[in-house]
Ligand binder design. Structure first.
Ligand SMILES: N[C@@H](CCC(=O)N[C@@H](CS(=O)(=O)O)C(=O)NCC(=O)O)C(=O)O
Length: 213
């Protein structure tokens, strides 16, 4: 059986968990704290990041967007995340994932900068990350408008990526005002959270034991 190394707050791992659930591909969930010295992640990913998909033959697939591409290509007899006969639609979905993942990247950098001791946090660096988050959210809001899904009125990759980052914001940055700024995006997120694959993967904070910044 497939195994997935994941972490409870990870928006990147949530994408893969949602995709496997939507595709009804069974997998064993291995929950880790990748920051702790006890993690097994480096044994499967030289970049020491999760999620990591461990195949039946022991080989590992890592980097969430690549894991999703791998699953889409290898499991062709299940629900597809990308339109098969719409190249532009598929490319746009990947662009939405680029923006969603980029917002996650900026949020992770911001989160850890905020963990630094007083006097060691860079206000300029945090302002830069906040700009990326706000710029990314503005793009997602413009693209989704009052639609139910990003591409061809069908749930797919873009919705998994956008839904994951919006769910991460709710858990890690509840004070962020994106829902007031973009009510359509907030309604879109609430609708996605009603899906069983989202209900089964709601992010939860984790306790990091080791000092990492
Ligand atoms: N681009 C990667 C990012 C993955 C990532 O940053 N994972 C974090 C955990 S989490 O932020 O998603 O919870 C990690 O393993 N970090 C450990 C490290 O960077 O050493 C992906 O999309 O998979």
């Amino acid at each position: 059986m497939l195994r997935l190394i994941s972490a409870t707050p990870s928006p990147y791992a949530r994408k893969v968990r949602i995709a496997l659930t939507e595709k009804r591909i069974p997998f064993e969930l291995l929950t880790e704290v990748p920051w702790d010295s006890t993690t097994q992640t480096p044994q499967y990913n030289p970049l020491e990041k999760l999620p990591v998909l461990i195949l039946d033959n022991g080989k590992s697939v890592y980097e969430s967007h690549y894991i999703l591409e791998f699953i889409e290509a290898k499991y062709t007899d299940v629900m597809q995340l990308l339109p098969r006969n719409d190249v532009d639609g598929a490319l746009f979905a990947k662009q939405v994932e680029v923006v969603a993942d980029g917002i996650c990247d900026a949020l992770v950098l911001l989160f850890f900068e905020q963990q630094r001791e007083d006097g060691k946090r860079s206000e300029e660096w945090m302002a830069r990350q906040r700009r990326k988050v706000d710029g990314g959210l503005k793009a997602l809001a413009a693209w989704i408008g009052d639609k139910k899904f990003f591409v061809n009125d069908t749930f797919g990759l873009a919705d998994i990526a956008a839904g994951s980052v919006l769910g991460y914001l709710k858990v890690r940055f509840p004070e962020h005002s994106w829902r007031e700024t973009y009510p359509h995006l907030a309604r879109y997120s609430e609708d996605l959270e009603e899906r069983q694959s989202f209900k089964d993967t709601v992010p939860r904070p984790q306790t990091i034991s080791d000092k990492i910044v």
